[in-house]
Design a protein around this ligand. Structure first.
Ligand code: NDP
Ligand code: TDO
Length: 285
């Protein structure tokens, strides 16, 4: 049997396709459009699947501020339909969420049961998606991750490689700290969690999965440039000097202790994943 994946072109979906091989069937927007949640439910009901993984989402953080209704449909309406259909089919759903459901207060890592309080529209829509998945009442894992990077799509590593080649000096925020997470590691975790939920629906719940060690965006940029053999000056700035439509959490540290205890999945070292990404991009020094 096969695992159904929503998403085909995204960072995590691309790695699910790569790591899942013949075990996964990835649906692009042409086959299941999340703005039309009925197409997601129909895709689940229309096949015989072992599990469902939702790797599709509205991920444009700033654009969500102006288009929250559109983002809500994709990040909550579609997951609700997926969760209901998966529950009706008696199969588990692995749904990916984000550190941006937290307000970023303090410096301690957030546990999965910590209070949520999103700072912006993207986080609000993702939190609504989590709630919808839980309300559907089926077997599920809501896997919150952070700062996803890969050789595909749009992400901080690719932005830094572009800017680092163009400029002598970059100003990068140093007062936001979190765990960069390679999409390949997320894909492996999702597949492992899906298998374990099939075997034991009692593992249903909210889990965290983020790379370590925690780092500021500025220090993350420095490591990207070190591994890529680029040497622009990286100047630390406060978030106030990099104004964006959506506020970002200052503290994105996430405690993944329950993920390790429940599923035996260890925290990945993002520096190793970064090395793989740069090698794949032909950018490794
Ligand atoms: N990127 C990050 O830094 C983080 C991401 N996450 C979460 O991880 C998950 C995966 O993110 P990531 O791989 O980075 O996402 P990407 O932005 O790389 O890809 C998003 C995917 O969603 C698809 N999608 C968007 N809108 C629709 C739609 N209307 N119908 C069908 N498909 C659609 C896109 O397809 P298309 O190419 O056709 O638009 C694409 O495949 C998401 O749940 C995200 O919220 C969590 C923390 C950090
Ligand atoms: C390009 C650039 C960015 N920055 C800052 C802005 C921001 O605080 C930080 C990262 O910028 P980005 O726009 O890549 O990050 P952003 O889109 O906010 O990334 C988020 O995406 C969503 C989908 C998530 O779920 C989060 O976990 C997180 O990964 O870097 C600088 O300080 N200087 C720069 O030159």
């Amino acid at each position: 049997m096969t695992i159904l994946v929503f998403g085909r072109t995204g960072q995590v979906a691309t790695e699910l396709s790569r790591h899942g091989g013949d075990r996964v069937r990835c649906l692009g927007r042409d086959e299941a459009d999340l703005t039309d949640p009925g197409t997601c439910a129909a895709a689940i009901a229309g096949g015989t699947w072992e599990a469902v993984i939702n790797a599709a989402a509205w991920t444009a953080v700033d654009a969500a501020e102006e288009q929250e209704g559109d983002a809500l449909k994709i990040n909550a309406g579609a997951p609700e339909a997926m969760a209901r259909a998966a529950s009706a089919a008696g199969i588990p759903l692995v749904h990916i969420s984000t550190d941006y459901v937290f307000d970023g207060s303090g410096t301690a890592p957030f546990a999965p049961d910590a209070a949520t309080a999103p700072l912006g529209a993207y986080g609000r829509t993702k939190l609504a998606g989590e709630q919808a998945v839980r309300d559907a009442g089926g077997t599920h894992a809501i896997l919150r991750t952070s700062w996803v990077v890969s050789a595909h799509g749009k992400n901080f590593v690719k932005t830094m490689l572009r800017l680092g080649a163009e400029r002598d000096r970059l100003t990068i925020v140093a007062d936001q700290v979190g765990g960069p997470t390679p999409a390949a590691d997320i894909a492996r975790a999702c597949l492992g969690i899906a298998d374990q939920l099939i075997a034991d629906p009692g593992k249903t719940g909210i889990y965290h999965f983020a790379g370590g060690p925690d780092v500021s965006w500025a220090d993350f940029a420095r490591e990207i440039f070190a591994q890529a053999g680029l040497s622009p000056e990286v100047a630390d700035i406060p978030s106030s000097e990099f104004p964006t439509p959506a506020a970002r959490p200052a503290n994105s540290r996430m405690d993944m202790g329950t993920t390790t205890a429940t599923f035996g999945i260890a925290r990945p070292d993002w520096r190793a994943g970064l090395s793989d990404i740069l090698t794949e991009l032909g950018a490794k020094a």
